[in-house]
Design a protein around this ligand. Structure first.
Ligand SMILES: C[S@@+](CC[C@H](N)C(=O)[O-])C[C@H]1O[C@@H](n2cnc3c(N)ncnc32)[C@H](O)[C@@H]1O
Length: 311
């Protein structure tokens, strides 16, 4: 994965007032309500989203959850006992939980990349961001949460069903006032806005064709752009296009998540002081005095089986 950046100074916008909704991905609601999207948590490797509906039931391996009696009116975070006696936790949705639970319509961005993208684009409450393509809306939810409550996301998707589904999800998740979804080809028609964006993000196969539109969408005094590409050839063409359009401070990054395994060596005892010399690493007996090296393993930033990009 490679990201290209450019930077020039940006200006703050005055805050805009938006209505707030009962439950949403950008505002914590204490109690589970009819119509909410909740996360049924069976374990870190096993959870799924559920649309809470009066009269509905959800099947789990621990038995049935009855929405009217087991969910509605309960606190988020509650432990709910299913019909077979097993239990689950019901969690309030967050963009991070949505990313690992959403229905995939495309390849998606995961939280490791999303966190760096958000930081490098210098997003904050009130930022105006343009994005293309919307895809499955994984990044969109995180962008919306970051720019809320006064910012806005303009997201462009040329696949009609994906654009419609994204709109529907934003409505269900109580964030529709923070996002505009446009169904068009960003390379031909741009983002539908000009001179207002603090930042632009591209996750499309030919980002170099959208750089001119990105520049038009950005504020006249500048902003930041990031393009996410799996292939170095795409990166090269995009960097060239950025240069051509006058972007500066262009960088390419690869984000790797490295997980360390740290273990206690319970059976390892330090030798008594008197034996320290005879157990030096060079002495024959000394071999056992050596601490093993710490070990680590590298894991891909995306779930196994979802590491290859296809568009
Ligand atoms: C990999 S997906 C984006 C995934 C998204 N970042 C996420 O985290 O869910 C790429 C999307 O870009 C859309 N797309 C590709 N080229 C496009 C273009 N020229 N204009 C608008 N959308 C485009 C595709 O239809 C696809 O839905």
């Amino acid at each position: 994965m490679t990201l290209s950046w450019h930077l020039f100074p940006s200006r703050r916008r005055p805050p805009v007032q938006h209505k707030t909704l009962a439950m949403s991905f950008v505002e914590y609601g204490d109690t589970i309500k009819d119509g909410d999207t909740a996360i049924v948590f069976l374990g870190h490797e096993s959870m799924f989203p559920v649309k809470v509906q009066q009269g509905s039931v959800t099947q789990t391996k621990y038995g049935v959850i009855r929405h009217s009696t087991d969910l509605i009116g309960k606190k988020y975070g509650s432990k709910v006992t299913c019909s077979k006696g097993g239990w689950v936790f019901i969690l309030h949705p967050t963009p991070e939980l949505w990313t690992v639970n959403l229905p995939h319509r495309t390849q998606i961005l995961y939280s490791t990349d999303i966190s760096v993208i958000t930081m490098m684009l210098e997003l904050k409450p009130g930022s105006i961001v343009c994005e293309s393509g919307t895809g499955s809306g994984s990044l969109s939810h995180a962008l919306i949460r970051t720019v809320a409550p006064t910012g806005h996301l303009y997201t462009v998707e040329f696949h009609q069903q994906r654009a419609e589904k994204a709109k529907e999800e934003f409505r269900e998740h109580g964030v529709e006032h923070l996002v505009t979804v446009t169904n068009q080809d960003v390379c031909k028609n741009g983002f539908g806005v000009s001179d207002i964006a603090d930042a632009v993000f591209l996750d499309i196969p030919s980002p170099w064709e959208a750089i001119g539109h990105a520049k038009s969408a950005l504020k006249a005094e500048g902003g930041r752009i990031c393009s996410f590409s799996p292939c170095i050839e795409q990166v090269q063409r995009t960097c060239l296009a950025m240069e051509e359009y006058g972007f500066t401070e262009i960088n390419t990054l690869e984000i790797l998540l490295r997980v360390y395994n740290s273990r206690s060596l319970l059976s390892f005892h330090l030798p008594p002081k008197s034996l320290e010399h005879s157990l030096s690493p060079t002495s024959p007996q000394g071999k056992s005095n050596k601490l093993p090296n710490s070990s680590y393993e590298e894991i891909p930033t995306q779930k196994q089986g979802k590491t290859h990009r296809r568009m």
